[in-house]
Design a protein around this ligand. Structure first.
Ligand code: ATP
Ligand code: MG
Length: 299
Protein backbone atom coordinates (compact mmCIF):
# COMPACT_ATOMS: atom_id res chain seq x y z
CA UNK A 1 0.00 0.00 0.00
CA UNK A 2 0.94 3.67 0.16
CA UNK A 3 2.39 6.10 -2.36
CA UNK A 4 5.30 5.24 -4.67
CA UNK A 5 8.64 5.47 -2.90
CA UNK A 6 12.21 4.93 -3.97
CA UNK A 7 13.59 4.07 -0.54
CA UNK A 8 12.88 0.95 1.46
CA UNK A 9 11.80 1.25 5.07
CA UNK A 10 12.36 -1.53 7.57
CA UNK A 11 10.83 -1.50 11.05
CA UNK A 12 12.79 -3.15 13.84
CA UNK A 13 12.35 -3.29 17.60
CA UNK A 14 13.74 -0.19 19.29
CA UNK A 15 14.88 -1.94 22.42
CA UNK A 16 14.32 -5.52 23.41
CA UNK A 17 15.36 -9.05 22.62
CA UNK A 18 15.23 -8.61 18.85
CA UNK A 19 16.92 -5.20 18.53
CA UNK A 20 20.60 -6.12 18.47
CA UNK A 21 20.34 -9.28 16.38
CA UNK A 22 18.04 -7.52 13.90
CA UNK A 23 20.43 -4.61 13.52
CA UNK A 24 23.51 -6.72 13.14
CA UNK A 25 21.76 -9.00 10.64
CA UNK A 26 20.92 -6.00 8.46
CA UNK A 27 24.41 -4.60 8.93
CA UNK A 28 25.88 -7.88 7.70
CA UNK A 29 23.77 -7.40 4.57
CA UNK A 30 25.88 -4.31 3.94
CA UNK A 31 23.45 -1.72 5.27
CA UNK A 32 24.60 1.20 7.38
CA UNK A 33 22.81 4.22 8.77
CA UNK A 34 23.39 7.76 9.75
CA UNK A 35 22.00 7.87 13.28
CA UNK A 36 19.36 10.47 13.87
CA UNK A 37 19.45 12.08 17.28
CA UNK A 38 16.09 10.80 18.48
CA UNK A 39 17.01 7.41 16.96
CA UNK A 40 13.49 6.62 15.85
CA UNK A 41 14.46 6.93 12.23
CA UNK A 42 17.85 5.90 10.86
CA UNK A 43 18.65 7.14 7.39
CA UNK A 44 20.32 4.52 5.19
CA UNK A 45 23.72 5.50 3.89
CA UNK A 46 25.17 2.67 1.82
CA UNK A 47 21.78 1.79 0.33
CA UNK A 48 18.44 3.63 0.27
CA UNK A 49 17.16 1.44 3.08
CA UNK A 50 16.00 3.29 6.21
CA UNK A 51 15.20 1.92 9.65
CA UNK A 52 12.29 2.76 11.87
CA UNK A 53 12.84 1.86 15.53
CA UNK A 54 9.55 0.97 17.19
CA UNK A 55 7.83 -1.32 19.69
CA UNK A 56 7.57 -4.79 18.28
CA UNK A 57 3.79 -4.79 18.70
CA UNK A 58 3.53 -1.84 16.30
CA UNK A 59 5.36 -3.56 13.45
CA UNK A 60 2.43 -5.48 11.89
CA UNK A 61 0.31 -2.30 11.90
CA UNK A 62 3.08 -0.24 10.29
CA UNK A 63 3.31 -2.89 7.57
CA UNK A 64 -0.45 -3.00 7.11
CA UNK A 65 -0.61 0.78 6.77
CA UNK A 66 2.23 0.80 4.25
CA UNK A 67 4.34 3.04 6.51
CA UNK A 68 7.04 0.36 6.45
CA UNK A 69 7.89 -2.14 3.74
CA UNK A 70 9.47 -4.82 5.89
CA UNK A 71 9.70 -5.54 9.57
CA UNK A 72 11.71 -7.84 11.80
CA UNK A 73 9.36 -9.26 14.36
CA UNK A 74 8.60 -12.46 16.25
CA UNK A 75 6.41 -14.87 14.31
CA UNK A 76 4.24 -14.86 17.43
CA UNK A 77 3.46 -11.15 17.05
CA UNK A 78 2.88 -11.42 13.30
CA UNK A 79 0.66 -14.49 13.62
CA UNK A 80 -1.32 -12.93 16.49
CA UNK A 81 -2.31 -10.07 14.19
CA UNK A 82 -2.96 -12.61 11.44
CA UNK A 83 -5.17 -14.69 13.76
CA UNK A 84 -7.07 -11.58 14.78
CA UNK A 85 -7.64 -10.62 11.15
CA UNK A 86 -8.74 -14.16 10.33
CA UNK A 87 -11.22 -14.20 13.23
CA UNK A 88 -12.66 -10.92 11.88
CA UNK A 89 -12.76 -12.24 8.33
CA UNK A 90 -10.23 -9.67 7.10
CA UNK A 91 -7.64 -10.50 4.43
CA UNK A 92 -3.96 -10.90 5.35
CA UNK A 93 -1.75 -7.99 4.32
CA UNK A 94 1.69 -9.21 5.36
CA UNK A 95 3.46 -12.51 5.69
CA UNK A 96 6.74 -13.92 6.94
CA UNK A 97 9.13 -13.93 3.99
CA UNK A 98 12.20 -15.34 5.79
CA UNK A 99 12.88 -17.07 9.11
CA UNK A 100 15.86 -15.43 10.74
CA UNK A 101 17.13 -17.97 13.25
CA UNK A 102 17.10 -15.87 16.42
CA UNK A 103 14.52 -14.92 19.06
CA UNK A 104 13.43 -18.53 19.41
CA UNK A 105 10.62 -19.27 21.89
CA UNK A 106 7.31 -21.12 22.24
CA UNK A 107 3.79 -20.00 22.97
CA UNK A 108 2.71 -22.39 25.72
CA UNK A 109 -0.24 -22.89 27.97
CA UNK A 110 1.17 -23.19 31.48
CA UNK A 111 -0.70 -24.55 34.46
CA UNK A 112 -0.02 -24.51 38.21
CA UNK A 113 2.76 -26.94 39.17
CA UNK A 114 0.37 -28.72 41.54
CA UNK A 115 -1.96 -29.73 38.70
CA UNK A 116 -1.68 -32.64 36.31
CA UNK A 117 -2.16 -32.11 32.58
CA UNK A 118 -4.77 -34.40 31.09
CA UNK A 119 -5.42 -32.56 27.84
CA UNK A 120 -7.14 -29.50 26.35
CA UNK A 121 -10.55 -30.52 27.74
CA UNK A 122 -9.45 -29.71 31.28
CA UNK A 123 -9.35 -26.01 30.30
CA UNK A 124 -13.12 -25.99 29.76
CA UNK A 125 -14.56 -23.03 31.66
CA UNK A 126 -11.13 -21.80 32.78
CA UNK A 127 -9.94 -18.21 32.72
CA UNK A 128 -6.75 -18.03 30.66
CA UNK A 129 -4.51 -14.96 30.88
CA UNK A 130 -2.54 -14.11 27.74
CA UNK A 131 -1.13 -11.38 25.50
CA UNK A 132 -2.06 -13.53 22.50
CA UNK A 133 -5.88 -13.69 22.50
CA UNK A 134 -6.13 -14.32 18.75
CA UNK A 135 -3.78 -17.31 18.69
CA UNK A 136 -5.30 -18.67 21.90
CA UNK A 137 -8.86 -18.33 20.57
CA UNK A 138 -7.88 -20.17 17.37
CA UNK A 139 -6.35 -22.97 19.40
CA UNK A 140 -9.34 -23.19 21.75
CA UNK A 141 -11.70 -23.32 18.75
CA UNK A 142 -9.58 -26.00 17.08
CA UNK A 143 -9.73 -28.06 20.28
CA UNK A 144 -13.41 -27.46 20.97
CA UNK A 145 -12.74 -25.80 24.33
CA UNK A 146 -14.74 -22.93 25.76
CA UNK A 147 -12.75 -20.73 28.08
CA UNK A 148 -12.59 -17.09 29.09
CA UNK A 149 -9.62 -15.21 27.69
CA UNK A 150 -8.19 -12.55 30.00
CA UNK A 151 -6.09 -10.29 27.77
CA UNK A 152 -3.09 -8.70 29.51
CA UNK A 153 -0.31 -6.74 27.86
CA UNK A 154 2.37 -7.94 30.27
CA UNK A 155 3.17 -9.79 33.53
CA UNK A 156 0.91 -12.60 32.44
CA UNK A 157 2.74 -15.11 34.63
CA UNK A 158 1.57 -13.61 37.90
CA UNK A 159 -2.13 -13.64 36.91
CA UNK A 160 -2.85 -17.06 38.51
CA UNK A 161 -1.30 -15.99 41.84
CA UNK A 162 -3.36 -12.80 41.77
CA UNK A 163 -6.50 -14.84 41.21
CA UNK A 164 -7.00 -13.13 37.87
CA UNK A 165 -6.83 -16.36 35.88
CA UNK A 166 -6.59 -20.13 36.36
CA UNK A 167 -3.86 -20.75 33.81
CA UNK A 168 -1.81 -18.70 31.37
CA UNK A 169 -0.81 -18.77 27.71
CA UNK A 170 2.54 -17.05 27.32
CA UNK A 171 5.92 -17.07 25.60
CA UNK A 172 8.46 -19.43 27.09
CA UNK A 173 12.12 -19.87 26.28
CA UNK A 174 14.02 -21.36 29.22
CA UNK A 175 11.00 -21.85 31.43
CA UNK A 176 12.68 -20.05 34.34
CA UNK A 177 9.91 -17.47 34.57
CA UNK A 178 7.30 -20.21 34.80
CA UNK A 179 9.19 -22.05 37.53
CA UNK A 180 9.62 -18.82 39.48
CA UNK A 181 5.83 -18.47 39.45
CA UNK A 182 5.06 -22.11 40.34
CA UNK A 183 3.80 -22.83 36.85
CA UNK A 184 4.74 -25.56 34.38
CA UNK A 185 4.35 -25.81 30.61
CA UNK A 186 1.44 -28.03 29.58
CA UNK A 187 1.03 -27.68 25.82
CA UNK A 188 2.68 -25.73 23.00
CA UNK A 189 0.47 -23.65 20.68
CA UNK A 190 3.30 -22.57 18.40
CA UNK A 191 7.05 -22.31 18.17
CA UNK A 192 8.37 -18.94 17.16
CA UNK A 193 11.47 -17.11 16.01
CA UNK A 194 12.17 -13.73 14.50
CA UNK A 195 11.03 -13.39 10.90
CA UNK A 196 11.35 -10.84 8.16
CA UNK A 197 7.76 -9.79 7.55
CA UNK A 198 6.86 -8.24 4.23
CA UNK A 199 3.99 -7.51 1.88
CA UNK A 200 1.89 -10.22 0.25
CA UNK A 201 2.01 -8.35 -3.08
CA UNK A 202 5.25 -7.25 -4.78
CA UNK A 203 6.27 -3.59 -5.03
CA UNK A 204 5.36 -1.82 -8.24
CA UNK A 205 8.02 0.90 -7.89
CA UNK A 206 11.78 1.20 -7.30
CA UNK A 207 11.39 -0.66 -4.02
CA UNK A 208 10.95 -3.89 -5.96
CA UNK A 209 14.56 -4.02 -7.08
CA UNK A 210 15.84 -2.89 -3.69
CA UNK A 211 13.80 -5.60 -2.00
CA UNK A 212 15.19 -8.22 -4.36
CA UNK A 213 18.73 -7.06 -3.64
CA UNK A 214 18.15 -7.12 0.10
CA UNK A 215 16.61 -10.60 0.03
CA UNK A 216 19.49 -11.93 -2.08
CA UNK A 217 22.02 -10.62 0.41
CA UNK A 218 19.95 -11.85 3.34
CA UNK A 219 19.81 -15.35 1.86
CA UNK A 220 23.57 -15.29 1.51
CA UNK A 221 24.03 -14.20 5.11
CA UNK A 222 21.53 -16.75 6.47
CA UNK A 223 23.13 -19.57 4.51
CA UNK A 224 26.52 -18.48 5.72
CA UNK A 225 25.64 -18.46 9.41
CA UNK A 226 26.47 -22.07 10.07
CA UNK A 227 28.55 -22.58 6.95
CA UNK A 228 32.16 -23.67 7.21
CA UNK A 229 34.71 -24.64 4.65
CA UNK A 230 36.05 -28.03 5.72
CA UNK A 231 39.43 -29.08 4.28
CA UNK A 232 41.24 -32.38 4.69
CA UNK A 233 43.15 -35.05 2.84
CA UNK A 234 42.38 -38.71 2.52
CA UNK A 235 43.09 -41.76 0.41
CA UNK A 236 41.17 -41.61 -2.84
CA UNK A 237 39.31 -44.86 -2.06
CA UNK A 238 38.15 -43.41 1.26
CA UNK A 239 36.43 -40.35 -0.24
CA UNK A 240 32.95 -41.86 -0.64
CA UNK A 241 32.80 -42.96 2.99
CA UNK A 242 33.95 -39.52 4.14
CA UNK A 243 31.40 -37.65 2.05
CA UNK A 244 28.65 -39.82 3.56
CA UNK A 245 29.58 -38.25 6.90
CA UNK A 246 28.96 -34.81 5.39
CA UNK A 247 25.36 -35.00 4.17
CA UNK A 248 24.97 -31.24 4.57
CA UNK A 249 27.91 -30.56 2.27
CA UNK A 250 27.83 -28.90 -1.11
CA UNK A 251 29.77 -29.86 -4.25
CA UNK A 252 33.12 -31.04 -2.89
CA UNK A 253 36.30 -29.97 -4.67
CA UNK A 254 38.81 -32.80 -5.06
CA UNK A 255 42.47 -32.19 -5.83
CA UNK A 256 45.05 -34.84 -6.55
CA UNK A 257 47.97 -34.64 -4.11
CA UNK A 258 51.16 -34.91 -6.19
CA UNK A 259 52.98 -38.22 -6.15
CA UNK A 260 50.59 -40.07 -3.82
CA UNK A 261 47.27 -41.90 -3.79
CA UNK A 262 45.85 -39.13 -1.66
CA UNK A 263 43.41 -36.39 -2.51
CA UNK A 264 42.77 -33.03 -0.87
CA UNK A 265 39.13 -32.12 -0.34
CA UNK A 266 37.38 -28.80 0.11
CA UNK A 267 33.77 -29.03 1.20
CA UNK A 268 31.29 -26.32 2.07
CA UNK A 269 29.18 -27.58 4.98
CA UNK A 270 25.99 -25.96 6.24
CA UNK A 271 25.58 -27.74 9.57
CA UNK A 272 27.57 -26.98 12.71
CA UNK A 273 30.99 -28.67 12.53
CA UNK A 274 31.15 -29.99 16.08
CA UNK A 275 34.08 -31.90 17.62
CA UNK A 276 32.24 -35.25 17.40
CA UNK A 277 31.69 -34.71 13.68
CA UNK A 278 35.38 -33.94 13.16
CA UNK A 279 36.39 -36.96 15.20
CA UNK A 280 34.12 -39.16 13.07
CA UNK A 281 35.83 -37.82 9.93
CA UNK A 282 39.25 -38.51 11.39
CA UNK A 283 38.14 -42.03 12.30
CA UNK A 284 37.08 -42.54 8.68
CA UNK A 285 40.52 -41.57 7.40
CA UNK A 286 40.57 -37.81 7.08
CA UNK A 287 43.95 -36.23 7.88
CA UNK A 288 44.92 -32.60 8.29
CA UNK A 289 41.36 -31.55 9.06
CA UNK A 290 40.78 -27.83 8.97
CA UNK A 291 37.54 -25.89 9.48
CA UNK A 292 37.49 -22.36 8.09
CA UNK A 293 34.89 -19.64 8.53
CA UNK A 294 33.27 -18.31 5.37
CA UNK A 295 33.41 -14.57 5.17
CA UNK A 296 31.00 -13.91 2.35
CA UNK A 297 29.00 -15.87 -0.18
CA UNK A 298 27.09 -14.90 -3.31
CA UNK A 299 25.17 -17.75 -4.87
P1 ATP B 1 8.50 -3.89 23.08
O1 ATP B 1 8.88 -2.81 24.02
O2 ATP B 1 9.17 -3.72 21.74
O3 ATP B 1 7.02 -4.10 22.97
P2 ATP B 1 8.49 -6.55 24.30
O4 ATP B 1 8.67 -6.53 25.77
O5 ATP B 1 7.13 -6.77 23.74
O6 ATP B 1 9.14 -5.22 23.69
P3 ATP B 1 10.61 -8.54 24.10
O7 ATP B 1 10.44 -9.10 25.46
O8 ATP B 1 11.86 -7.83 23.76
O9 ATP B 1 9.36 -7.67 23.62
O10 ATP B 1 10.41 -9.77 23.09
C1 ATP B 1 10.42 -9.59 21.72
C2 ATP B 1 10.24 -10.93 21.05
O11 ATP B 1 11.29 -11.80 21.45
C3 ATP B 1 8.99 -11.72 21.40
O12 ATP B 1 7.84 -11.28 20.69
C4 ATP B 1 9.38 -13.11 21.00
O13 ATP B 1 9.21 -13.28 19.60
C5 ATP B 1 10.88 -13.15 21.30
N1 ATP B 1 11.22 -13.93 22.51
C6 ATP B 1 12.18 -14.87 22.60
N2 ATP B 1 12.25 -15.41 23.82
C7 ATP B 1 11.31 -14.82 24.55
C8 ATP B 1 10.89 -14.95 25.91
N3 ATP B 1 11.44 -15.82 26.75
N4 ATP B 1 9.92 -14.14 26.34
C9 ATP B 1 9.37 -13.24 25.52
N5 ATP B 1 9.71 -13.09 24.22
C10 ATP B 1 10.67 -13.88 23.73
MG1 MG C 1 5.97 -5.75 22.68
Amino acid sequence: GGAARDRLRIAIQKSGRLSDPARSLLASCGLSWRESRDKLFCYGETLPVDLLLVRDDDIPGLLADGVCDYGIVGRNVLDEVGADRALRGQPQVSKAVRSLGFGGCRLDIAIPESQAWTGPAQLQGNRIATSYPGLLQQWLDANGVQATIVTLSGSVEIAPRLGQADVICDLVSSGATLTANQLKPAVTLMTSEAVLAGPVTPFADARGELAALLLRRLDGVLRLRDSRLVMFQSRRDGVDALLKLLPDAEAPTLLQVDGSDRVALQVLCHGAMTWPRLEALKQAGAVGLMVLPVERMLA
